[in-house]
Design a protein. Structure first.
Length: 192
């Protein structure tokens, strides 16, 4: 709980007083939130989802940010491992309660870009999911981040492709000595 409160205090200081930030344990957050965002390494994904399962209500939105990077088995962050279900998002879905609205998103934005609130993020967010209303909510969340465009990338099964792009972005970060390589999808209507 102390770690959660310290993290909340740091976030509150960075973003200012216009937002309400609370430091709670995972299960308590999951029971109170309309949208639960899971941002853990792939190796921790089943355990964290199982621990949250009793706290998640039917109809609640869970956003999977996890990517099956090879680091989960001692390998490189520039490669992914094959997941029987097809993607980390689809893998997470098997541990969630029935009626949960699972969406994969934010897989391709670096934590460094999101943590530096003094700079505008220069990246699109590809949102995959099977529930149209849940995707709309997550697309709106993405659009609320300055510089980010939310892009409906289709059904949850498309997260297989989106997650692979993360390993490529990590590789580009390493190759070019940067920390925030991202994606822009061009040729779409400007109204997105």
């Amino acid at each position: 709980m102390d770690k959660a409160k310290a993290a909340a205090s740091k976030i509150q200081s960075a973003i200012g007083s216009y937002a309400r930030v609370h430091g709670l344990v995972n299960q308590e957050v999951a029971s109170k939130a309309d949208v639960v965002v899971v941002t853990v390494p792939f190796g921790a994904l089943p355990d964290i989802i199982k621990s949250l399962k009793p706290s998640i209500k039917p109809g609640q939105i869970v956003v999977n940010v996890t990517v099956p990077l090879e680091t989960a088995v001692g390998g490189s962050a520039t490669r992914t491992i094959g997941v029987w279900d097809g993607s980390a998002g689809e893998f997470a879905s098997r541990f969630l309660p029935k009626g949960t609205k699972l969406v994969s998103a934010f897989n391709n934005i670096s934590a460094e870009s999101l943590n530096d609130v003094s700079k505008q993020v220069d990246c699109d967010v590809l949102v995959c999911g099977d529930d149209v209303d849940a995707k709309k909510i997550v697309l709106d969340l993405a659009k609320s981040i300055p510089g980010v465009h939310g892009v409906d990338a289709g059904p949850l099964s498309n997260s297989r492709t989106v997650e692979q792009l993360t390993a490529l972005l990590v590789s580009l970060n390493i190759r070019y000595g940067v920390k925030g390589a991202g994606l822009r999808i061009t040729g779409l209507p400007s109204s997105i």
